[in-house]
Design a protein around this ligand. Structure first.
Ligand code: FES
Ligand SMILES: [Fe+2]
Length: 413
């Protein structure tokens, strides 16, 4: 039996309500199937369009085996390309971020326009046709200030993501922000453990003293059953009356969700005091007090908190079966001034602490799962509905694609 059949059989025999079998969290072959089936085929959040402020601004990212280059072209469109030269394959841009008038390969200086066309290649002979050697494009979409890419040749329709997410993001004008601070950590755990940890607050009281000052542990806030709670319904009503889409929405397949959740008591931001971290509101259009946090997740790459004074995005990327990279970015209004409107320490303290606490939890989780004695255990139906929803999404998604003779063979565009 090959690994795909083995995985499919395990998914079909899975005990509902239980964590996955060990191999899903640790086996290198299973990890490769995760890459081939999810990461190389689905829409992935990469960063914010405010990070590419002008033509020639670029960022690079590594998704599994694929180096990718995301750049703003002369017409101000955001585009993505495979970051591999069409001459002999060298990576063209190696910096994480930068600005370039043209994309020049460092090896033999083949020179590409910001839209990927090959402009110049020295001494390639009379028959050489530059038009045949443009950079290979990667599907790229922006919505509400967020950049998504898709590595497959046949990308799933992005329209449903746009339709749900755009109205929630629009009032916050995230294109008019800047990254005040960003940090990347590496967790020694499988990417699914990062998500399982994120999707519940069953562990918050025991692990997150800083976060628990402002963020409710109520399972409805983190999970997927918020509709039943009157306090949350009241919050939605108040925010929607102020023109802020807030109600819980989830895609039919469970891959993405948006909802605006209240913070504790009179807190307005994720700070130690609960007070705003930035004196300058994130958007001049959103001045309603106590709007709580707009939560958005999109599997497998991002969860987000958008508040009145700042926003933070989290990007998950797999580095190996037991290694996951998490990048956090804190956005403030583009004209907010450090030291005047906000301090980096106040802005970042809660999530830097929380991320580190989660890293340790995830690493301990992976240690235990690696034991030959590990067997799947039951999720709490009260507190871990969100985890179950994630695992169900993963299993359904994998099952459908592993079965799918009709799914087009993965090719690079
Ligand atoms: S590999 Fe890029 S110019 Fe030769
Ligand atoms: Fe946590």
């Amino acid at each position: 039996m090959n690994v795909r059949d083995e995985m499919l059989a395990k998914l079909q025999q899975r005990k509902p309500g239980y964590s996955l079998e060990q191999a899903f969290y640790s086996d290198p072959d299973y990890y490769q199937v995760d890459l081939d089936t999810i990461w190389y085929r689905d829409w992935l959040f990469m960063g914010h369009d405010c990070e590419l402020p002008k033509p020639g601004s670029y960022m690079t990212v590594q998704v599994g085996a694929y180096p990718v280059l995301i750049v703003r072209d002369a017409q101000k469109n955001v585009r993505a390309f495979h970051n591999a030269c069409r001459h002999r394959g060298s990576r063209i841009c190696s910096a994480e971020k930068g600005t370039a008038a043209k994309l020049v390969c460092p090896y033999h200086q083949w020179t590409y326009e910001l839209d990927g066309r090959l402009l110049f290649a020295r001494d390639m002979g009379a028959d050489f046709k530059p038009t045949e050697f443009g950079l290979k494009p990667v599907h790229c979409e922006t919505v509400g200030g967020y950049i998504f890419i898709n590595l497959s040749e046949y990308a799933p329709d992005f329209a449903p993501v746009r339709a749900m997410v755009e109205p929630y993001f629009a009032p916050h004008t995230l294109s008019e922000t800047k990254v005040a601070f960003e940090m990347t950590i590496v967790e020694k755990g499988n990417w699914k453990l990062t998500w399982e940890n994120n999707r519940e607050c069953y562990h918050c009281a025991g692990s997150h003293p800083e976060l628990c000052r402002t963020f409710p542990e109520a399972p409805g806030v983190t999970g997927v059953d918020a509709m039943d709670e009157p306090e949350i319904a009241e919050h939605w009503q108040r925010c929607e009356a102020a023109g802020l889409p807030s109600k819980f929405q989830i895609s039919p397949d469970g891959q993405f969700r948006a909802a605006r959740m209240p913070l504790l008591r009179d807190a307005v931001s994720f700070t130690m005091s609960g007070k705003a971290a930035s004196k300058r509101p994130l958007s001049p259009n959103v001045l309603t007090p106590q709007i709580g946090t707009m939560l958005l997740f999109h599997y497998p790459t991002t969860w987000n908190h958008i508040l009145g004074d700042h926003a933070s995005s989290f990007r998950v990327l797999p580095l190996g079966p037991n290694l996951t990279q998490v990048t956090t970015k804190w956005l403030v209004h583009k004209d907010a001034v450090e030291g005047v409107d906000y301090s980096i320490d106040e802005l970042t303290k809660v999530w830097i602490a929380t991320n580190d606490q989660d890293r340790r939890i995830i690493e301990e989780n992976q240690f235990g799962i690696n034991s030959p004695a590990y067997v799947p255990g039951p999720y709490s139906p009260v507190h871990e509905g969100g985890v179950l929803q994630f695992v169900d999404w993963y299993c359904n998604f994998m099952e459908t694609r592993l079965k799918g003779a009709s799914v087009p063979h993965l090719k690079v565009a």
